[in-house]
Design a binder for this molecule. Structure first.
Ligand SMILES: Cc1cc2nc3c(=O)[nH]c(=O)nc-3n(C[C@H](O)[C@H](O)[C@H](O)COP(=O)(O)O)c2cc1C
Length: 193
């Protein structure tokens, strides 16, 4: 009998896209990963790009860190990309990491958690969408967008913390739906790309 693709929780990779010293991305990424890990429908794999020693220049034969990273991408059914906004776009180390994968992204959903000032990282998200479209991934319409002026995502006594948690769970609900649906689809028939 074949394995029921809807039975197991979604394997969700949370990718922390900022590697900057004294970055905010660390706190935000870990907060989101912990919130997601408390749910029954996601098994979280935290991929913090600051912890990976990728080569400075892309090599022709795959580097061991790159191979290990793409294996982790391959195991995931869906992704949450946690991104800051740098000059209306997303950080270079995130692009480098995305470009290491190819089939690993294919026919899988990608949700976004963004942060910045004023537009809360939305410009970075809109720049990421065509990148993932090129890779045949499906980007989710709604993300979680955090204005850094509001303080840390779980700031005690801040009324909007509840609101952030509510939106975060909504994003995870959507990711769960797309993740399970596409996992079933990939199991039922090979992707046409
Ligand atoms: C090079 C650079 C460019 C930035 N450009 C923007 C920007 O275009 N829009 C914005 O809202 N914030 C911008 N910021 C502020 C960042 O949103 C803020 O520093 C944030 O903490 C960066 O994420 P990180 O701390 O995880 O690296 C920029 C920061 C840096 C370092």
């Amino acid at each position: 009998m074949s394995e029921d693709p809807t039975a197991a929780p979604l394997r969700t990779a949370v990718i922390v896209g900022s590697t900057r010293e004294t970055r905010a991305g660390d706190t935000i990424g870990r907060w989101f990963a912990a919130l997601a890990a408390d749910r029954d429908d996601h098994v979280i794999d935290l991929l913090d790009l600051a912890e990976w020693e990728f080569p400075a220049r892309r090599t022709d034969t795959p580097d061991s860190a790159v191979t290990a990273f793409t294996r982790r991408l391959a195991r995931a059914d869906g992704f949450v990309v946690v991104t800051p906004e740098y000059n209306r776009s997303f950080p270079a180390p995130l692009k480098q990491a995305i470009d290491y994968g190819f089939d690993e992204w294919r026919a899988k959903p990608v949700a976004f958690v963004s942060y910045g000032y004023r537009w809360a990282g939305r410009y970075a998200v809109e720049q990421l969408r065509p990148v993932f479209t090129e890779l045949h991934a499906v980007t989710l319409r709604d993300g979680l967008h955090l204005d850094l002026l509001d303080g840390p995502p779980d700031a005690p006594g801040d009324g909007s913390a509840d609101d952030r948690r509510r939106v975060a769970h909504q994003v995870l609900d959507h990711l769960s739906w797309w993740g399970l649906t596409l996992r079933e689809g990939r199991a039922a028939r090979p992707y046409a790309g």
